[in-house]
Every structure is written in structure tokens, then in C-alpha cells.
Design a protein around this ligand. Sequence first.
Ligand code: AMP
Length: 319
Amino acid sequence: MQPSGNLHIGNYLGALKNWVRIQHDYECIFCIVDLHAVTLFQEPAQLRAKIAEIAAIYLAAGIDPQACSIMVQSAVPAHTALAWMLTCVTPVGWLERMTQYKVKSAKQESVSDGLLQYPVLMAADILLYQAGIVPVGEDQAQHLELTRDIAQRFNSLFGDTFVVPGTSLPAVGARVMGLDDPTQKMSKSETAANHAVALLDPPDKIRKIIMRATTDSNPAVDFETAGPGVLNLTAIYQAFSGSSDDEIKLQFTGLRYGELKKQVADMVIAHLEPFQQRYRQIISDPSYLAGILRAGAERVAPIANSTVELVKQRMGLYT
Ligand code: AMP
């Protein structure tokens, strides 16, 4: 995750919740991608604080630092080294086609080269560790496809080098939509007051935002005709509760929208309140957090460095 903006329930349901679920099934590396954050301007002191905030959020959500590595991207220089080598085998046309690049660059007066190359750095983040599976939200699926294309292109040019990674999307919550506008993805960079529920929002604010969520003109929930706003609310409830499709239909069909929103708000608050308590405890201990991040970087650096060495050999670079 990028240490920019405020993490919201889309980040949690699309990615973090899934990470916690699979953390003991795989050898997991969870990265805080500060080099991605600076593709758009970040105020330096704020960026630093955000890195600690994200680490504390990972831990408060239930990532176990004994079982997994939690690290900061810029603490392992191999990320940028591999990114350059991959840049040299990636056609610019592939990058210009990326949806996120088109959306983000349209909002900028001047577009940095970093914003265009962002998906190559992301490919490096993944391929460095020969990752088998990358658990992300749906908005990252296109970047994962590009990562596979880059890996395959490199393998065909220089011989088998990289594992071609798979994408793992959650069954529910892979694309949480904005509460003010359910036709748009919930996004950290969107600043409208009722757009997102941030993971650290106080309960009364969470309730207010959900009670104001955009729905449609039906009088009550009807899954046959429901608009995207209602389906977004029931999906949020389902992703937090773990209920099945049938249970959700049974619970909400015929319910008036005010009651639907109340139940969604109760469910979100019931999950976020204990999470926020753990977060406050963890963030109040900076040396504990720094130790976890240092240990994470120390654990993964040898894997990353050996991949860079292999890539250098394959390409004929000086080793
Ligand atoms: P980012 O906001 O780019 O740092 O994304 C961190 C993770 O959250 C990525 O795996 C994204 O796919 C995921 N994510 C971001 N926004 C959403 C959303 N609205 N719904 C579901 N997953 C999301």
C-alpha cells in the first residue's frame, strides 16, 4: 500500500483483510511502497508519518510480524535497481495504456516520468521476490497483467529468470465504490467529504458518512432492480460480515434504505472500533514499529539482492 492519503475500507476489504486471511498459508512479504507514493508530490514530514501509520495499520488489522515480513520499499535498494532493468525491456506503449496512468495524469498539470513508470516499479516489487501470488484489489489487476507481460518478455529475451505471478482477488469487496458516487471506485485521492470511510475515522463520522450514502429511487431493497449504491452497501456489509449471497438476500430484501444503512454502519463500526484501539496502542510505540520494519527489510533484502544478481548475470551486466 502507498503511504499517501488515508487508508479506507476499500483498501481494507480489497487487500488487507485478504492478507490477514492468507498470511499463514504462504511466505508473505507486505511492503509499504513509499517510492510509489512520491510519483505524486508528498510533503516530506507527512510522508514519514504516513509510513509509520501504514505499518501500524497492517499490525492492528492482524498481520503477524513473526510469520510475515513487513518492510518499506525504499529500505531495500534492489527495488529501484531491478525497476531500471525492467524499464529497459518495457515498451512505452504498454505503460501509456494503463488506466491508472490515464486517470492520474489527467488530473496533473505536469506529469512526472515516475507516474508513467510506476507499474514497472510495481513489477519489480513483485518479481524481486519471485512471488507466486499477489493479493490485491481489482484496480490493480491490470498492473498485475502488465507484470506478467514484463516477466514473460524478460524470460523470452534472456532465458527463464522470473516466476510469472498470479493475481488473487477477494470474492467480495474487490472493488468498493465511492459512497457519494457509486459509479466511481473509492479512492484515497478523492477528497469529497462523504466519499470514503477512512479506517481511522471516529464512529460518529463513520455513521454519518454511511447514512448519507447515495442510493436510488426505489423505496426498499430489491436485488433485481437495485442500483450501484445499494449493491455497494450490501457488498460492504457482506465483506465485513462474511455472510453468503443467500444470507445477504434474506437479510436485506424489502428493507427500507434507512434501516439498511443503519445495519451497514453498525457492522463497519463493530469491526473498526477494536481495530482502532489496537492501532492507537501500536502507533504510540515508535521504536517497536521501527524494529519491525528494520527486521522486515533485513529478512527480505538477501532474496531481493540475489534476484538482482541473477538478472545482472542474465543481461550481461557487471557483477
Ligand atoms: P493503493 O490505494 O493504491 O495504495 O492500494 C492499496 C491496495 O488497496 C491495492 O491492493 C488496491 O487494489 C486496493 N484498493 C484500493 N482501492 C480499492 C477499492 N476501492 N476497492 C477495493 N480495493 C481497493
